[in-house]
Ligand binder design. Structure first.
Ligand code: SF4
Ligand code: SF4
Ligand code: SF4
Length: 291
């Protein structure tokens, strides 16, 4: 059990556990209520030492497969259904000597494009800020991957669903007693987690005071995100994807069709395919007989 949890009263812990299990059902977005404060994660790449403990912690908490090579080398690692966060070494194009480890995961957009296009509303933004995929609802259409400006949601070919970082929504109910697993594992406080307004203030403070902290990713990109990243250079100079500085899903939202509609279209396509296959077989037999 988390050390902090052992420090709080048993009754209080059970009470929080109760709310945690309620929250664990994704329909809990409404339960949290309008008063809920939004949280955010701050990544300071100027502090990161590339130990990848965040990656291991994420895998342990979420029961994801571990590939040992990814953990012990500087080999470039991509996000995948089993890698919800990656840490890669980046060089500044304007100063190749300057290299930084980049902790990269879902940015938890304030108005997420992935959720905007999901035809069955399997992706939702929870009031606390987490953008979460409900794997029970996901039909594996991969529209979210196409819509995401950072190409974050990845398809699990075994489970046939999309998976990604959920900002540890299943730990947040315990509020200050349990941070996201990656944040809790970082040995040098390159990661932090707090109320959104606090992390904005802290990011701005570091950029104004600390020599290597020069850019805050996520204040404007994709319309603003609940994960902010302090970089030593502009994202384009570090070879990062540059998202447009506006909400990406404004128009895509209009493309949403209902789950029933989607299933209807899929069913119709299936019927048309079956009909075409049968007709093709019959035509071939007729053709063979006429020879
Ligand atoms: S980064 Fe991509 S997957 Fe994450 S919330 Fe934004 S649109 Fe969705
Ligand atoms: S917030 Fe949670 S799910 Fe997201 S990368 Fe960190 S440990 Fe993984
Ligand atoms: S645990 Fe912290 S220092 Fe280590 S790789 Fe992750 S962010 Fe960097």
């Amino acid at each position: 059990m988390n050390m902090a949890v052992t420090n709080i009263g048993r009754r209080r812990f059970l009470k929080m556990l109760g709310s945690a299990s309620v929250y664990a059902t994704l329909g809990a977005a409404g339960v949290a209520g309008a008063q809920t404060q939004r949280y955010g994660k701050l990544v300071d790449t100027t502090r990161c030492i590339g130990c990848k403990r965040c990656m291991s912690a994420c895998k342990r908490w979420n029961k994801l497969e571990v590939e040992r090579d990814e953990m012990v080398t500087d080999r470039e690692t991509d996000l995948s259904a089993q890698n919800w966060v990656v840490v890669n070494l980046r060089a500044d194009a304007k100063n190749r000597e300057e290299r930084t480890y980049e902790h990269w995961a879902c940015q938890h957009c304030i108005q997420p494009a992935c959720a905007g296009v999901c035809p069955v509303r399997a992706i939702i933004k929870l009031p606390r800020g987490n953008v979460v995929v409900n794997e029970k609802k996901c039909i594996g259409c991969r529209y979210c991957y196409q819509a995401c400006p950072y190409k974050v949601p990845r398809f699990d070919f075994v489970k046939r669903v999309t998976r990604k970082c959920h900002l540890c929504y299943d730990r947040i109910p315990l509020l200050n007693y349990m941070k996201p697993a990656c944040v809790a594992a970082c040995p040098v406080e390159a990661l932090s987690f707090d109320y959104k307004h606090e992390i904005i203030l802290e990011a701005k403070r570091r950029v104004s005071k600390e020599k290597n902290a020069r850019y805050i990713l996520g204040l404007k990109e994709a319309g603003g995100t609940d994960m902010l990243t302090i970089l030593p250079a502009r994202p384009q100079d570090l070879g990062l994807v540059v998202a447009p500085r506006k909400v990406v899903n404004q128009n895509l939202d209009k493309l949403r069709i209902t789950g029933a509609g989607f299933m209807g279209v899929s069913g119709l396509a299936g019927l048309m395919y079956t009909y075409a296959t049968l007709t093709q077989g019959k035509n071939k037999r007729d053709h063979d007989q006429s020879d």
